[in-house]
Design a protein around this ligand. Structure first.
Ligand SMILES: NC(=O)c1ccc[n+]([C@@H]2O[C@H](COP(=O)([O-])OP(=O)(O)OC[C@H]3O[C@@H](n4cnc5c(N)ncnc54)[C@H](O)[C@@H]3O)[C@@H](O)[C@H]2O)c1
Length: 174
């Protein structure tokens, strides 16, 4: 069954890990993909794998060297997606970083970079406005971390803080 046939998804941070896995699964479901990452070579590898996996459904891909903290990069990714793949139905805000320091040891730079990549990028992604582009339904999936690190004060606690609001960001789009 190809449940995403004729759909187009943008997936950020798709060069490896969870973003790459989501891309491959979407390709199996017939979804064409705009894949972005800081790592262009990695995302091009993911794109080749997706085209092979989705070949029976005519899956197409486009790749972008996008830094999700840069508004101009995000806007270029969206414009490029529509130009190359014709539409934009699904946005997967996946790109993220994890500074594995305990809260009391975290530097200002580590805190600011996680807030910027993991949280502020979600706001920038609103410039995609997928539903207004299409006049149809859109999905805005967000990676989430429901761990209890923050309460326990163990390494990773600050990363969890940057993740929890993304649950709300997802729900506000439903
Ligand atoms: N792995 C886990 O156990 C876990 C648990 C909860 C949440 N998450 C979240 O899921 C998402 C993916 O996790 P993962 O384990 O696959 O991470 P990963 O580190 O393996 O991959 C993240 C990808 O994002 C890219 N990236 C980083 N900063 C970027 C930026 N500014 N702009 C564009 N791309 C950028 C990286 O180049 C990399 O390819 C992250 O948001 C992470 O916080 C992961």
């Amino acid at each position: 069954m190809a449940r995403l046939l004729n759909k187009v998804a943008v997936i950020t941070g798709a060069a490896r890990g969870i973003g790459r896995a989501i891309a491959l699964r979407f390709a199996e479901e017939g979804c064409s993909l705009a894949l972005s990452d800081l790592n262009l070579t990695g995302v091009q590898d993911t794109a080749r794998e997706c085209e092979a996996k989705g070949a029976a459904h005519g899956v197409r891909t486009a790749t972008f060297p996008t830094n999700v903290t840069k508004r101009a990069d995000v806007e270029a990714m969206v414009a490029g997606t529509v130009a190359q793949l014709g539409r934009l139905d699904i946005l997967v805000n996946n790109a993220g970083i994890f500074n594995n320091a305990a809260f009391e040891l975290m530097t200002d730079e580590q805190w600011d970079s996680m807030i910027n990549v993991n949280l502020n990028s979600v706001l920038r992604s609103k410039s995609t406005k997928p539903s207004s582009l299409l006049g149809g339904p859109s999905w805005n999936l967000a990676a989430t971390d429901t761990s209890r690190r923050w309460r326990c004060g163990i390494p990773g606690s600050a990363m969890s803080t940057t993740r929890s609001p993304r649950i709300s960001a997802r729900h506000s789009d439903c």
